[in-house]
Ligand binder design. Structure first.
Ligand code: COA
Length: 373
């Protein structure tokens, strides 16, 4: 039986940070502008005025305090409300590839693997900035990896699903060492004019090296004990952005082309699915939740994570058991659980168990049980 390890991880943090207060100040200026511009129709009760956002609400409802972005210019300008990202010449490394390359270099260094020993690169994230050529193939060329490369999208579960693909490729004999890269460039898809979601996302890139156990050199390696993925269709988290948009010019820029969600419904529907999914996986693997030293959970909402932890482990669980990174990074789509893994795995001893788990749009859930080598 071929055994597989995650032997290293890497994190790239974008250059600019944006606090809740900065975002709220710009959103509230936008609200003033909007309400002034529509004063007459609002006075005639034909249009509802927009309401202010607040930092207190954001932190209480989500746990988010700040986020990183690749480009800050434009986001805080109430007349613009999006990052101003200039079109790049086709012969330059794309923004997403450049983010991914940085995370990948750290992961390769931690795994003690040379780029030329990688035979598969999978770029997995919520959005790729173009359809083709694949961002993964661009990263393959930039790093000098061998074999093949492809992109795959499963929203917030992209990273865990891609790790499962990497494991399957190794077990199936089509690869020995796989680089999974998650360049999450979320800010261009965030609707900074939407009070319900203007605070949710941040940009980041993560990467992991997955390899055959007998090839692994790194002291950071974790054995993969079990994987489990599920999907169940839902429209509650959605973006209608796509290549067909331009064919209906009147509707090409409407807000449904950006991230939007029914946050409450997501909470109510997804949480029971996560419990059931994990309970089944643990039962199949004969693992008790108490055996986990750490839960590296998806980082969308602190209250959601607290529900998961309480359901699995009861009350009074210390913070380090399920570390939170969304306070600093916000929701970084599929990269969130990998950031938590990257920052909180140095204290593991041989044989100790951890759970990597993502959940989000689709709906989709991916969970991987890891054991320190
Ligand atoms: N500032 C101030 N008040 C706000 C606000 C803002 N930015 N946004 C919403 N509110 C108000 C609402 O109008 C509502 O007021 P009301 O009670 O008078 O109607 C109240 O706050 C509660 O709004 P609600 O949308 O129910 O908040 P919530 O507690 O559900 O939190 C989310 C919102 C998005 C943080 C939360 O639902 C969430 O994170 N859900 C899970 C989403 C998830 O994991 N998605 C995966 C994405 S990949």
């Amino acid at each position: 039986m071929i055994k597989v390890v995650i032997s290293g991880s890497g994190l790239f943090i974008p250059p600019h940070s944006v606090s809740n207060d900065e975002l709220v100040m710009s959103y509230n200026s936008y609200v003033d502008l909007y309400n002034q511009q529509h004063a007459q129709v609002i006075a005639d009760n034909q249009l509802a005025p927009l309401s202010y956002s607040s930092s207190e609400f954001i932190e209480k409802a989500s746990g988010i305090q700040s986020r990183y972005v690749m480009v800050k210019e434009g986001i805080l300008d109430p007349e613009i409300m999006m990052p101003l990202i200039a079109d790049q010449p086709s012969d330059e490394l794309s923004m997403q590839a450049s983010m991914g390359v940085e995370a990948a270099k750290s992961a390769l260094a931690q795994a003690q693997v040379n780029a030329e020993d990688i035979d598969l690169v999978i770029v997995a994230c919520a959005y790729t900035q173009r359809a083709y050529p694949a961002i993964a193939i661009e990263i393959q060329q930039a790093l000098g990896t061998k074999g093949v490369a492809y992109d795959m999208l499963v929203a917030c579960s992209s990273a865990t699903f891609a790790i499962v693909n990497a494991i399957n490729a190794i077990k199936g004999g089509t690869a020995n060492r796989v680089l999974v890269v998650n360049p999450e460039l979320t800010s261009p898809q965030s609707n900074f004019k939407d009070r319900d979601s203007h605070f949710i996302f941040g940009d980041v890139a993560t990467a992991v090296v997955v390899e055959r156990q007998e090839l692994a050199q790194s002291e950071h390696a974790f054995n993969v004990l079990s994987t489990s993925c599920m999907t169940d269709y839902s429209n509650n988290i959605r973006s209608n952005f796509g290549f067909v948009n331009r064919c209906d010019p009147a509707n090409a820029q409407t807000p449904d082309k950006l991230f939007h969600q029914q946050g409450r419904k997501v909470f109510k529907e997804l949480l029971p699915m996560i419990y059931r999914h994990l309970e089944t996986q643990f039962e199949n693997e004969q693992i008790q939740p108490e055996e986990f030293k750490r839960l590296w959970l998806h980082q969308a909402n602190i209250n959601m994570n607290m529900f998961v932890v309480k359901k699995l482990l009861g009350d009074g669980v210390d913070e380090l058991t399920a570390p939170v990174v969304l306070n600093e990074f916000a929701n970084t789509a599929s990269a969130g659980s990998i950031i938590a893994f990257n920052k909180f795995n140095d204290d593991f001893k041989t044989g100790e168990l951890g759970l990597l788990c993502s959940f989000g749009a689709g709906y989709s859930i991916g969970s991987i049980v890891l054991e320190k080598c």
